[in-house]
Design a protein. Structure first.
Ligand SMILES: [Fe+2]
Length: 191
């Protein structure tokens, strides 16, 4: 097992692996440049990519799932609230609700693969509904980034093996609990 390096910036109790501490430093260097949300997401994706194949990135407990629902592990919350990292663990068949985010977001697949469906919100008031706009597989070690608005999506694991992804959010997950802005319990209609 990798040596763990305690850091005052880490929001958890047991410290970060050296690889994760390195990744956090790299993300911080991008975020402090103060670019637009879209440019920050793109640049953070480039920094995250090389770490996705690192087997020493996460502690074993940060790779654990939950039989009841996909599980979030907080990996880092920056002291000034400017960004956070989490690992999300999906056991076979688990899925997120349809949702969007409060801030820019970068997702990198660390283990397995994830299916992502993006939606368009149509109509207004009581007549709102969702139309699937794109369905794709985020393969192992791939990254994708996005910034609201227009980021309504869901993610699920349709394989028979565990999937793990690393998420970087331009928000303070320690304060918010999650980066979800809104959950969409609306009818889904074919376009
Ligand atoms: Fe999401």
């Amino acid at each position: 097992m990798a040596t763990l390096k305690p850091t005052s910036r880490y929001a958890g109790a047991r410290g970060q692996t050296p690889a994760l501490a390195e990744l956090v430093d790299s993300v911080r260097a991008v975020v402090t440049e103060g670019r637009s949300a879209a440019d920050t997401a793109a640049a953070v994706g480039e920094r995250l990519g090389p770490y996705l194949s690192r087997e020493d990135l996460l502690r074993p407990d940060q790779r654990e799932g939950d039989q009841d629902a996909y599980r979030q592990h907080l990996l880092h919350a920056e002291e000034d609230g400017s960004f956070s990292l989490v690992s999300l663990v999906w056991l076979p068949g688990q899925r997120t609700p349809i949702h969007d985010h409060v801030a820019w977001c970068v997702v990198g697949v660390h283990q397995g693969a994830e299916v992502e469906i993006r939606y368009r919100l149509v109509g207004d008031g009581a007549r709102q509904y969702l139309v699937p706009a794109h369905t794709g597989v985020n393969p192992l070690h791939s990254t994708c980034g996005f910034a609201p608005p227009g980021d309504i999506h869901e993610v699920h694991n349709d394989s028979d093996a565990k999937a793990i992804s690393i998420h970087v959010y331009g928000a303070d997950i320690r304060q918010l609990g999650s980066s979800v802005r809104r959950r969409y319990d609306l009818p889904v209609k074919a376009g």
